[in-house]
Design a protein around this ligand. Structure first.
Ligand SMILES: Cc1cc2nc3c(=O)[nH]c(=O)nc-3n(C[C@H](O)[C@H](O)[C@H](O)COP(=O)(O)OP(=O)(O)OC[C@H]3O[C@@H](n4cnc5c(N)ncnc54)[C@H](O)[C@@H]3O)c2cc1C
Ligand code: SF4
Length: 501
């Protein structure tokens, strides 16, 4: 049981080691997963099995009903004196494995696929008054001595946010190195395509499933998009799920790439391609800062974190999230369509469209979280849960974010090309043709007044809300209620409790 990199097996030579790999039916069926996500995971596992065999490992590759049965069957057959596993990345699996240590000779080793060990994050968190990412990130820069110059941040500043808020560029970028599926991948695609109850299509799957192909993908990003990463990192363009982003999350989260090597390559590539510091710092911040912080926060807060719901939202996810074709909001429809087609959109679609809309309309945060988990090729509970419940919906009441990431239509208009082609008018505030984000935003602030008005970062918005006339307030309430009542209901696609096995 390991993530998919040979480097982490260096202390376990083939002569003394048998590798167990389990394809668990229950895991596949736990949510209505995107077909491309399943193809990616399963094909990468099967390719890794070949790599292991090519360097001399014996692999016990099992197709089992669930993970625990696979482990027990392996033990029955081989009676190994010891079974080693890296700590799983997810709470549910950690519980299963911890349970199995009682009757199997199973030992859990620290998970090597992060820069910061879990215990070190806990040490940092226990020493802090509040757990903001910015403080963590600065601490990590110093600890790892990355982008530092004599104990000071390179370039004299910790962040370059001001330079990094440009609307989408005119220029386009070459396609990343999509991979023609080989026989192994084609077989997985056929099986998955035929399975009922899943989402999206596997038939045009072209993502890397080996470490070598993931490395090519990474180098291609550094060559073509990296220099523009910073300025356009908050921008959105219709039908462009990547823009200047990398999609490295899919390969990092599978273990095909290690975050430390991605940062090392980024530092080299920045010199090679004369990448400006605002892009280099912006990218390093994502991996050394956000990714490590989210991982640490997940383990610091679980299992209670799954139950947070600060705004007490209860609504089911609108059917649009599965069938976007009927949705009239151009930004929302296109963002969901990209997820349905590719299993991916970049961060700002996730934050400022998909989650912003769900939060403003009172969707239960766990339902949204499970949709992200099911639909994205890079989604695993450890990373989507804190992002959805903490960063995107403020469902944890401000543990991660200092204020909710919500906005009216003007933010989306400024940072994307969506509004020009939308049936709603982003400049209108009320009535059937007004952009729904406009009235939903103010309605949300009014409804959550008690919970948000004392937050200093919300003070300006509450002052503006208080300046609205009675007539404006009535129309905000009326338009929002009308819009929310008409949302198409979901057909309850999946069970609320995810089964980790
Ligand atoms: C609602 C919501 C749900 C999300 N769900 C996931 C998820 O399931 N899996 C996932 O990996 N990321 C998730 N993220 C974080 C982020 O959106 C993705 O990591 C990023 O969009 C992946 O695309 P990329 O590789 O092109 O990223 P880039 O913009 O190219 O960034 C480089 C890398 O930084 C890391 N990174 C950046 N931001 C974050 C973050 N907030 N949390 C963790 N890592 C980060 C990723 O590994 C990413 O590959 C979510 C964010 C939001 C707002
Ligand atoms: S007008 Fe509103 S709904 Fe339409 S694309 Fe713009 S922000 Fe989205």
């Amino acid at each position: 049981m390991c993530d998919l990199s040979l480097a982490e097996l260096k202390n376990y030579p083939p002569a003394d080691t048998r590798i167990l790999m389990i394809e668990s039916q229950r895991k596949w069926q736990a949510l209505p997963f995107h077909r491309k996500k399943l193809v990616l995971g399963i094909s990468a596992m099967r390719h890794f099995r070949l790599e292991l065999e090519q360097v001399g490992y014996e692999v016990d590759y099992r197709h089992e009903a669930d993970f625990a049965s696979g482990l027990r069957a392996h033990f029955q057959q081989y009676r190994p004196p010891q079974i080693l596993a890296f700590q799983p990345r997810e709470w549910g699996m950690q519980q299963i494995l911890t349970g199995l240590t009682k009757d199997l000779p199973l030992l859990l080793l620290p998970n090597p696929f992060y820069i910061l060990p879990r215990e070190d994050f806990i040490g940092w968190a226990n020493s802090q008054k509040n757990l903001r990412m910015e403080t963590f990130y600065r601490w990590m820069r110093q600890r790892e001595n990355i982008l530092m110059e004599k104990n000071r941040p390179l370039g004299g500043r910790w962040n370059f946010d001001k330079e990094n808020r440009k609307p989408p560029p005119e220029r386009t970028y070459p396609d990343p190195p999509y991979v023609e599926p080989d026989g192994i991948t084609r077989a997985v695609m056929e099986t998955i395509q035929a399975l009922p109850g899943l989402w999206g299509s596997a038939s045009d799957f072209r993502l890397p499933v080996t470490r070598a192909a993931a490395m090519d993908w990474m180098e291609h990003f550094f060559r073509w998009r990296f220099a523009d990463f910073g300025p356009y990192e908050d921008a959105m363009r219709s039908s462009d799920p990547l823009l200047t982003h990398s999609l490295l999350s899919a390969f990092l989260n599978l273990g095909l790439l290690h975050p430390r090597e991605v940062i090392e390559h980024a530092l080299q590539a920045a010199q090679q391609y004369a990448v400006p510091l605002n892009s280099l710092e912006g990218f390093v911040r994502q991996i050394l800062g956000w990714r490590e912080y989210i991982h640490g926060m997940y383990w610091y807060q679980m299992p209670d974190y799954r139950r947070v719901n600060y705004f007490e939202h209860q609504r089911a996810l609108p059917r649009w999230y599965w069938e976007p074709e009927e949705c009239e909001l151009a930004c929302l429809r296109d963002s969901i369509q990209m997820v349905k087609q590719h299993g991916f959109t970049h961060h700002i679609h996730r934050l400022m469209v998909l989650s912003n809309f769900a939060n403003l309309t009172g969707i239960h945060p766990l339902r949204l979280s499970e949709w992200f988990w099911a639909g994205f090729v890079d989604a695993y509970e450890w990373v989507e849960l804190p992002n959805v419940l903490g960063m995107a919906t403020y469902a944890d009441g401000g543990l991660l974010a200092s204020k909710p990431y919500i906005s009216s239509g003007s933010y989306i208009n400024k940072m994307s090309n969506y509004c020009a082609a939308c049936r709603f008018d982003v400049n209108k505030k009320q009535g059937e043709d007004a952009c729904p984000f406009n009235y939903l935003y103010w309605d949300f602030l009014e409804k959550q007044r008690e919970k948000l008005m004392y937050n200093p970062r919300m003070a300006v918005m509450y002052r503006l809300l208080d300046q609205k006339t009675n007539e404006e307030r009535v129309s905000i309430r009326r338009d929002s209620a009308r819009f929310i009542t008409r949302l198409p209901e979901d057909d309850d696609r999946y069970p609320f409790e995810y089964d980790a096995g």
